[in-house]
Design a protein around this ligand. Structure first.
Ligand code: SAH
Length: 256
């Protein structure tokens, strides 16, 4: 009676950054639960599926996680192939564990299909290796976002210490983040990049210094955005060429 639930990484947004496995599962899906981050074009790959939106961006229009868990369990009792499409990679900052645990507890089989996470899509767009030899030997993926009942985490110390730090879900509080990182010891002139809508036609990127991050972030347009921090960015010729310009002029559209 029980179907199988696939937690499928949708990647950063571009349709052709889906894995083949993800595309095949969408094609055979009976029902697809999708995030606010999902590209509508992707849903067209699931012509036979019932489509259910479970968006949770910025906590707005929030569908409580326990309700999503229950919907997945119920769907698995009705349908053979249940796809839960999640932005980027399902296992990073995506509450995958809650869903896996709830499904497993209900005796339902779960499989996870990895996807390209936003940090790596941003790295590709910037053409900057996050682990450039001789400059960065560690990369930290961090988020300032903390949910109810969650244990405190000193993500700041990690973002200060990491050769390269990538900050998810932080663009909306870029000013506070920059101030805190500088107060805690990260150099104010650390190169920083802000990338909005990575991999999509609407992608934009800005380069600057950590002390300019607040100003840069005012140019954001409401799309998902990620912050990359570290000396690996200084090696990018474009940043060196543009250091004379104010940060808000460091637009990727003019960098190509
Ligand atoms: N599981 C996802 C992350 C979910 S948290 C992944 O692996 O990418 C949501 C955060 O991811 C956003 O606040 C933003 O910081 C980042 N993000 C997701 N898609 C993005 C994109 N296309 N461009 C830039 N940042 C993105």
């Amino acid at each position: 009676v029980s179907g199988r639930v696939y937690l499928v990484g949708a990647g950063p947004g571009a349709l052709d950054l889906l894995t083949l496995r993800a595309a095949r599962l969408l094609e055979s899906a009976d029902i697809v639960f999708y995030d606010a981050l999902a590209n509508p074009e992707m849903l067209k790959l699931a012509p036979n599926a019932k489509l259910v939106a479970v968006g949770k961006r910025h906590g707005r229009h929030s569908t409580a996680q326990t309700f999503i868990n229950k919907q997945l369990v119920d769907a698995a009792k009705k349908y053979a192939t249940v796809v839960r499409l999640k932005g980027g990679d399902p296992m990073l900052f995506g509450r995958a564990q809650e869903e896996i645990d709830a499904l497993t507890a209900a005796g339902i089989e779960v499989e996870v299909v990895p996807g390209i996470t936003a940090a790596l899509a941003a790295s590709a767009s910037l053409k900057v290796s996050l682990t450039r030899r001789g400059i960065a030997r560690h990369v930290a993926f961090v988020t300032p976002r903390i949910g109810k009942m969650e244990r405190e985490s000193d993500w700041i110390a990690t973002a200060v210490a990491a050769d390269t730090a990538v900050i998810y879900m932080g663009a909306g509080e870029a000013e506070a983040i920059a101030q805190t990182l500088i107060a805690r010891g990260r150099r104010a002139d650390t190169p920083v990049a802000l990338i909005e809508n990575a991999s999509l036609a609407s992608e934009r990127q800005w380069l600057g210094r950590l002390e300019e991050l607040a100003v840069i972030s005012r140019a954001l347009n409401g799309g998902p955005a990620i912050i990359v921090l570290g000396e690996v960015l200084a090696e990018r010729g474009a940043l060196q060429a543009l250091t004379e310009l104010p940060a808000w002029r460091h637009l990727s559209s003019s960098l190509g």
